[in-house]
Design a protein around this ligand. Structure first.
Ligand code: NAD
Length: 425
């Protein structure tokens, strides 16, 4: 498995610099965009079930809010670091800008291993996060959402704590909430749904027919499993799936819904290799995560963590297309290699924008107090992803650059304009 020794914030700044040079961005604007506007870091004391108290370092990085309130998820993971959160916050700024949302970019994280927490400990940690940063979050300030190893239940505890502390209802303070308290049904699947729309657009561009298009997905969590399901339903052949503990591959295709049922039952996807509901043909092969990335498939979807496609393995990637549902899965050096190999890489800012679009629709409906159907959400979401996709393709062609740089040119330009209009430079 490719390691994450590469600093994601350095990668994010390199990507920004490439676009800034093409845009002839002035030095002052580049300096503003290269650093977060605000960084919050604190230790949260959490009372554990055994009576002890443990401190967990917690972060919230607010990158830019020229276009609107800060927006970005919260990650609970032992791998969280300040530079990871900085990079993720910056990428949120580009993502919201690219798809035309009235939001800026932020991200949060807690350095912890949530798998070792009881439900009550997780609740106390979630409430502690809000107590620590309550001053800086809110529907018009900064709106968190779920990310790696956080979910709707955690958003519910966080919202409840926020409303207790501020003394009023404010469902728009968090997105990705349960439906019962102002969430929307289509939010949980929105990133995977938008990702499937992006795959369909790139398949159209490359004239790939769904039935004969094979797909490998790294990461079978929220994003990966919904993307797998939507693509399977649209007729694509999902042939490989993985989680942090291993991968399975069957060239005849896998059944994502059955694979999820099996994963829940067995705890890991690598146990789900037998003939039957999970596997259409003969038994699946159990392979490593490295092997999954290098399979000879049409579409490779990294949907786990950053720094998975690096200079070390980019030359071994055989897919025709990489659709980045994870944030930052490809390093700048690997980007160059993929471009030289004529592998089309649909960048994270575009490919996984369905998540923040879904969050935006949730926030709009919370502010409005009026709710749409899931079909309406999907239809509006598709329109935004398709429109951004077409603009990115046109921009990349105009400047003869890869799609990432095309996306950056559009996104950075919009934010830079907003800063200038506000008199920031
Ligand atoms: P998740 O916690 O639900 O799932 C993550 C999955 O990745 C799990 O199956 C885990 O086992 C797997 N994984 C972890 N390390 C791995 C490794 N080394 N190799 C293979 N698999 C590994 O998280 P998620 O919400 O699905 O997020 C996945 C990615 O998508 C992240 O990069 C996240 O920032 C990005 N993203 C998420 C959303 C969202 O709405 N949840 C939106 C945009 C982007």
């Amino acid at each position: 498995m490719a390691t994450s020794a590469i600093n994601p914030f350095e990668s994010a700044k390199k990507q920004l610099k490439i676009a800034a040079d093409i845009l002839n961005l002035d030095k002052k604007t580049l300096a503003i965009l290269s650093q977060p506007k605000r960084e919050l870091s604190d230790d949260i004391p959490v009372r554990m079930d055994d009576g002890s108290t443990q401190n967990f370092n917690s972060l919230r990085v607010q990158h830019n809010d020229a276009l609107g309130p800060f927006k970005g998820g919260i990650r609970f993971s032992p791998q969280v670091s300040i530079d990871e959160v900085r990079a993720l916050a910056m990428w949120m700024t580009w993502k919201t800008s690219l798809v035309g949302l009235p939001f800026g970019g932020a991200k949060g994280g807690v350095i912890c291993d949530p798998k070792k927490f009881s439900k009550r400990e997780l609740e106390r940690l979630s409430r502690g996060y809000v107590q620590q940063f309550v001053e800086y979050i809110g529907p018009d300030k900064d709106i968190p959402a779920p990310d790696v190893y956080t979910n709707a239940q955690i958003m519910a505890w966080m919202l409840d704590e926020y409303e207790k502390l501020t003394g009023h209802h404010a469902p728009g303070a968090f997105t990705g909430k349960p439906v019962e308290i102002g969430g929307i049904g289509a939010r949980e699947s929105a990133t995977g749904y938008g990702g499937a729309v992006a795959v369909q657009q790139v398949a159209k561009l490359l004239k790939l027919k769904p039935k004969s298009t094979t797909v490998a997905i790294q990461g079978f969590g929220n994003v990966g499993h919904y993307a797998a399901q939507f693509l399977h339903d649209a007729g694509y052949k999902v042939v490989a799936l993985s989680d942090s503990q291993g991968a399975i591959y069957n060239k005849s295709g896998l059944n994502p819904a059955a694979a999820m049922t099996c994963k829940i039952e067995k705890g890991k996807i690598a146990e789900c290799y037998y003939r039957g509901s999970v596997v259409n043909g003969s038994k699946a092969d159990v392979i490593t995560n490295d092997e999954l990335l290098e399979l000879g498939v049409d579409v490779l979807i990294p949907a786990a963590l950053e720094n998975q496609i690096t200079a070390k393995n980019a030359n071994s990637i055989k897919a025709k297309v990489v659709v980045e549902l994870a944030n930052g899965p490809t390093t700048p050096d690997a980007d160059k290699i993929l471009y030289e190999k004529k592998i089309v890489a649909v960048p994270d800012t575009l490919a996984n924008s369905g998540g923040v679009i879904g969050s935006y629709f949730e926030w709009v409906q919370n502010n409005y107090g009026y709710y749409w159907t899931d079909d309406e959400v999907h239809e509006r979401l598709s329109k935004l992803v398709i429109s951004a996709f077409n603009k990115v393709v046109a921009k990349s062609e105009e400047h003869s650059v890869n799609m990432r740089t095309g996306a950056y040119l559009l996104a950075v330009h919009r934010v830079a304009n907003a800063i200038e209009l506000r008199g920031g430079v």
